[in-house]
Structure formats: structure tokens, C-alpha cells
Design a protein around this ligand. Structure first.
Ligand code: ZN
Length: 279
């Protein structure tokens, strides 16, 4: 079951595989006797396809990392067992508590789009949260190299990990998960819009080479800086709606101008901001 998606080497033995489905990126870091897989796709069939692609590059045993708890990044987890699966403590808790809900809504979405086969595969995906947990930082030895897992603050969710892969003289590769999004607006459904700009500022400060977003084309520090500016503009929009209605606990619904994103994305962001500020 090959979908023909190719690995792109973005640093010394650091690969990205960008998938047609959801424009999702997965990563592979190869050491001399071990490898690391970053995100596992959205059901066991897609995970098996990813495993086939990994095995065309390396025979080494893997360690897995989930960038965060969203279904499209981690519903393939159990195909990689019995390996260790790393994730942020909050992401593991989130997947354990919302996994069933996520599975039902993702399957509904797929079947609503006429993709009944995919819906059935999502329905069959086991919920398998990370069991090796990170709060702030972990340095993992992957053969002859070290990979740093860092929590840089809340943003797209409350448990996004940034994976920093040192590439010696060539700088580093950062896997940013959905903290960074290329080709589509960022996802605010579980976001913390007042924290996200500062978190992206830290990602920006860390970037010394390619930055791999959760979805879309590989970008760089400049792109992260631009997205941070967009998120700051969204934050200003949210603050304006709060100032305009100091006595309300629920967003009254009228959006001011000034958002860099489409109306639906902005509305979700504002509602999340209200929940954070007044919920
Ligand atoms: Zn996500």
C-alpha cells in the first residue's frame, strides 16, 4: 500500500514525508543504530504505509514522538508499539480523555466528505496515548545523535512539543507540529491565543535552519516570525472584542476587522480567547 509520497532530506539524516491527505508532515531522524519517528498519521493503514516508507530508509529500531494530541498526528501510534512513545504530559492526558470524541468527529468528517473507507479506518484506530512523558525538556539519545524535545509554552494546544534535531555545522531542524502551519490558517479549536505568540517567539529564537510545520511546506525562521505577527494581530482582535463588552461572559458574535485570517478561523480564535479570559 504505497501512496508514492517521497521523503525529503532537510538536514543530515533528517527526513520529512509530506502526505497528500491533510497535507500532513511526519518526520524521521536516523542515527547510527536507532531512529526517531515524529507523528504517526491518522489510522493504522496510514501508519503501516509510513512504516513501509521508514523501512526503505533504515532498518533501525525506532522511538516515537507525538507533537501533540490531535488525531491526525497520533491515531497511528499503536502500529509502532512496543516502542516508547513520547509526548507532553498534557497531550497524553488530553488524548486519553478526548480520544473517543476526536475519533467520532474525525470519522464523521471523513464520511461526510464521502470517504467511508477512511472513516471506517479512523473508527478502528486504537487510542494509544504517549507513555513517556515530557513536562519541559527531554534529551533523547538516538544512536550517535541527541534530539531535544521541548515544551515552549501553550499555543495550538496546551501540550505542543517542539523537536530540535542538531545537525552540527548545518544548524538544526525544528519539528514544530501545528504550532506552525503552512498553506492554511493555524487551528484555534484547542488553542490558547494569548499564549501562542510568545510561544512562537521562542520557536523563532530556536530556529537555526528548516522548520517543519505540522501541515504544509517546510519553512524557516522568517516564516515563523511572520506567523507570530499574524497571531499578535488575532490577539489584538480578541482584546478589542473583550474591551467592547466588559460585562459579558460570552462573545456577542460581532467580529471587528483586523484579523489576517478568514472569518471562521477568526471566530474560533475569538471564542477560545473569551473562554481563556472569561470562561
Ligand atoms: Zn493539531
Amino acid at each position: 500500500m504505497t501512496t508514492g509520497e517521497q521523503w525529503q532530506e532537510v538536514g543530515d539524516r533528517v527526513f520529512v514525508r509530506r502526505h497528500v491527505g491533510l497535507d500532513l508532515n511526519c518526520g524521521l531522524v536516523i542515527g547510527d543504530d536507532a531512529c526517531m519517528v515524529i507523528d504517526t498519521r491518522l489510522h493504522l493503514g496510514e501508519a503501516a504505509d509510513l512504516i513501509g516508507a521508514i523501512r526503505r530508509l533504515t532498518p533501525h529500531p525506532w522511538t516515537v514522538v507525538n507533537t501533540h494530541a490531535h488525531w491526525d498526528h497520533c491515531f497511528g501510534n499503536s502500529a509502532f508499539r512496543p516502542a516508547e512513545i513520547w509526548g507532553h504530559t498534557a497531550a497524553a492526558a488530553d488524548l486519553a480523555s478526548t480520544g473517543e470524541l476526536q475519533r467520532a468527529s474525525a470519522a464523521r468528517l471523513a464520511s461526510g466528505a464521502g470517504r467511508d473507507g477512511i472513516a471506517a479506518q479512523i473508527q478502528a484506530a486504537p487510542i494509544d496515548p504517549p507513555d513517556r512523558l515530557v513536562d519541559e525538556h527531554a534529551a533523547l539519545v538516538i544512536g550517535d545523535r541527541v534530539v531535544d524535545l521541548r515544551f515552549l509554552g501553550r499555543g495550538h494546544t496546551d501540550g505542543d512539543l517542539v523537536i530540535e534535531v542538531d545537525c552540527g555545522q548545518d544548524g538544526s531542524v525544528l519539528f514544530a507540529g501545528d504550532l506552525v502551519e503552512e498553506g492554511n490558517p493555524p487551528g484555534f479549536g484547542d488553542a490558547f491565543p494569548f499564549d501562542w505568540p510568545a510561544t512562537l517567539g521562542r520557536v523563532h529564537g530556536l530556529a537555526r535552519g528548516p522548520v517543519v510545520p505540522g501541515h504544509g511546506a517546510v519553512v524557516d525562521a522568517d516564516f515563523v516570525g511572520s506567523q507570530r505577527a499574524e497571531l499578535l494581530a488575532v490577539e489584538q482582535v480578541i482584546r478589542r472584542t473583550l474591551e467592547d463588552a466588559p460585562d459579558l461572559t460570552e462573545f456577542p458574535g460581532a467580529l471587528p476587522s483586523g484579523s489576517p485570517y478568514d472569518e471562521e478561523t477568526t471566530r474560533v480564535a475569538v471564542e477560545r480567547g473569551w473562554r481563556q479570559a472569561r470562561g
